[in-house]
Write a protein of this length. Sequence first.
Length: 350
Amino acid sequence: MMNPLRPLSLAALVLIAGSGTAAAQTLYVRKAPPASTVNLIVNSTKAGSAQTDQNGDVRIPIDLATHLKKQEIDARVFVDTCGAARTVTIAERDAAPLPPDDGCTRQEITGIFVIQRVSSVVVNVGSPVATLLLRQGSYSLRARGPRRSAPTGLVVFGGATMVNYADALDFGCSGVPTCSGNDSGYEYTVGAEYWFSKYISAEGGYFKPPDLTIEGSGEGFRFNSFLEPHLFYGAGKIGIPAGPIRFYGKVGFNYHRAESGTTQHTDELSVTDENGNTTVTPARDVTVTGDTSGWGWVLAGGAEAWIGRRFALYGEYGGAGIKGDSEVVEQGNIDNRIRIITFGGRILIR
């Protein structure tokens, strides 16, 4: 009687998985010669035969109930090679299998395998030593290609942005009785990056924040101000790839140039002194414009999903500092923060 605890060797690969169900026992033979014949023998009875497909794969039902009047057996498995043909013998542990035909070579896949009503027996004959996968459940012959991964190399990108100036209205409306403005909006960004590996890249680009406008009024005056900035930035990025998805963070600097200006209207003012003399200051409009420039920071995090070999969608959240001195008057100096949400696409160039 054979020892049920006989050791496995490198000649066999055995995996028993408990997920899924199958209608009946099934033999799958993989990587045989294309359009070749595969035979199935159960104990000493021929139980099936089929031709392999163009990939050398084939599926043959195993009907233990018909051939052995059993639903489950402890079995040994043999593979005979007869030129291009293959014969797989599933024999009960204590049964003597049929000998191989003349001119055929046989190998036994080492181990005792529990073949149940829902078993899928997958025999891979694509290498000199056949291997076996035993799955208690369903199995698919569908080819599984390599999982797509986030690429390295040169990537260009563009996206739509939603931007908010963090403190602009608080600063611009300070002390003004009636004040409002537009401190958020939608614009765009474009740029390029180079992934030196899946984990490290350098990125540079152009970002257009929306124009900032503020309007206010009080007793005897009203004003409106605007800021039209442009940002150029560079950053280093660290990525964490997870297959075709890559999570990343970036930190860097930006250089901004902006045109800004304020127009203030003062109403006519009449002042009468103690002697009854009246001084009239006529209404007037004063406009001051200028340019600002300076350096700030960039900080963001996001994720990209490579839905094709060369195309990805990405989303990002971050912020930037806009800080610079006016070239005209000190009142035109700027020191503010913007919050940025970006959605866009990336294209791998090489």
